[in-house]
Design a protein around this ligand. Structure first.
Ligand code: SF4
Length: 446
């Protein structure tokens, strides 16, 4: 049997998840694992790495991860591997031979988890649903050892057999967050440290609680501090965190546990020293508005280097906040912004424009709130609603932004009061609807 090579196909938008898988492989299989692991930046490197591994006599497993808005790009990239079956046309790959079954493609991530059948139909052979660490490690182990897929070790996997039929294993177990590293320590593939996974809030537009369960799992403080120390020891100065809601750290529910947050931040500071820069509640994470308090802001200012805070506001309509299950009202958003300004942090407020079911009055209330917050000193981080697979709003129809809303966003952007990818997201929202898998119509009896 030929040995196995794993090609991790890194893309700009999907590197964190692959770092985590690489870290899990490093931890579980070790350096002498009998598998050659290649990291490829972009499709050209992934193709070249695959061809080279084939030429050297390996079987290849190519690992992919992507987000819903990238479906058409990924389908085109995946199709480029078909050329490996017809190498006569490719001088630079001459000598590489891809006998049937020698190159397999495995995909994971939130889109794959939400739409496994449609994702496999794009041409992938295998799919990891939900949390990927254990299923991916077990898949690599099984392929390395020549074990058939579908025997032991198929938890969390979906796959197509040689006839194209789709099969699935049992759900993979969910482990405590500290079970696997937050990035690939040995290979120096770093990213923000994931301190919390899952979310107890059920905002209807968001994939997080539906993919990772509506429950928090927090990485233990010593584990986070150790990761932070490794980051800084590697020459990086900035320590950032991945979490759905930063001030929920240490809490099992909607409450805030500031003692847990302080234990986290003080330990990270102790582990990284005075010259490291620690950012909490900023990109790529945020805080919920009702969690913002003077005590929380002072704690952040004491231990961190933030000059801003990202607050989830989403809508200025009480009706839309309730409809989307946000769990807070408009007044909490205004209060959070006032407190940030008072305590010397620039508030950046996430807004989600064009929500399904939004009336002209709802849209006007959102624009009005954005104006009020800007007048208080906030910046508006503008997003356009996208019907994301796996969410309760996945089947919402596309509708373009109202001209008046577009004008207001342009005006705020030109003043520097708003930023964000709302124009691109509007295009993606239309594209997502156009590629949406058809679902059986619901029967309405009676
Ligand atoms: S939007 Fe934020 S708070 Fe709401 S479910 Fe998603 S991660 Fe949780």
């Amino acid at each position: 049997m030929r040995p196995l090579a794993v090609v991790l196909h890194y893309r700009r938008t999907a590197s964190y998840g692959l770092n985590v898988l690489l870290g899990a492989l490093e931890q579980e299989l070790g350096d002498e694992c009998g598998v050659e692991v290649l990291t490829a930046s972009g499709i050209d490197e992934a193709l070249a790495g695959t061809a080279d591994a084939l030429r050297r006599g390996f079987r290849v497993l190519v690992a992919w991860s992507f987000y819903s808005p990238e479906v058409s790009t990924i389908a085109a990239e995946l199709a480029r591997f078909d050329d490996l079956d017809d190498l006569d046309d490719l001088d630079d790959l001459a000598g590489a031979v891809a006998p049937a079954g020698e190159v397999r493609h495995v995909v994971g991530g939130v889109h794959a988890t939400a739409e496994p059948v449609a994702t496999l139909a794009m041409g992938f052979d295998l799919l990891v649903a939900g949390e990927g660490e254990e299923p991916f490690v077990e898949l690599v182990r099984a392929l390395r050892d020549g074990q058939p897929i579908g025997a032991d070790g198929s938890a969390g996997l979906w796959w197509r057999d040689e006839h194209g039929a789709v099969h699935r294993g049992p759900p993979a177990p969910r482990h405590p967050l500290g079970r696997y590293p937050a990035f690939a320590l040995r290979r120096g593939r770093y990213n923000p440290i994931e301190i919390t996974r899952g979310c107890v809030y059920g905002c209807t537009f968001c994939q997080t609680p539906y993919v990772f369960k509506a429950r928090f799992r927090h990485r233990p403080v010593p584990d986070v501090a150790q990761h932070a120390a490794r980051l800084v020891a590697s020459g990086r100065r900035d320590v950032r965190f991945l979490t759905p809601t930063a001030l929920s750290y240490g809490s099992p529910d909607e409450s805030v546990d500031l003692a847990a947050v302080e234990a986290l931040l003080s330990s990270v500071r102790a582990a990284t020293g005075a010259t490291a820069r620690i950012f909490f509640g900023t990109f790529p994470s945020e805080v919920r508005p009702e969690h913002v308090s003077v005590e929380a802001l002072r704690l952040i200012r004491r231990w961190c280097d933030n000059d801003n805070l990202v607050i989830g506001g989403q809508s200025g309509s009480e009706r839309m906040l309730a409809l989307t299950n946000r769990g807070h009202g408009v007044s909490e958003v205004e209060r959070a912004v006032r407190l940030c300004v008072q305590e010397g942090l620039q508030p950046n407020v996430d807004f989600l424009f064009n929500l399904p079911g939004e009336t002209a009055a709802d849209a006007a209330a959102t624009v009005e709130l954005a104006r009020r917050l800007v007048a208080l000193g906030a910046r508006v981080h503008s997003h356009t609603f996208m019907a994301l697979p796996g969410t309760p709003l996945r089947d919402a129809p596309f509708r373009p932004l109202e001209p008046s809303m577009r004008e207001e966003l342009e005006r705020l952007s030109s003043q520097g009061a708003a930023y964000g990818s709302w124009r691109r997201q509007e295009q993606v929202a239309a594209e997502l609807v156009s590629i949406r898998p058809r679902r059986p119509r619901r029967r309405h009896d009676g």
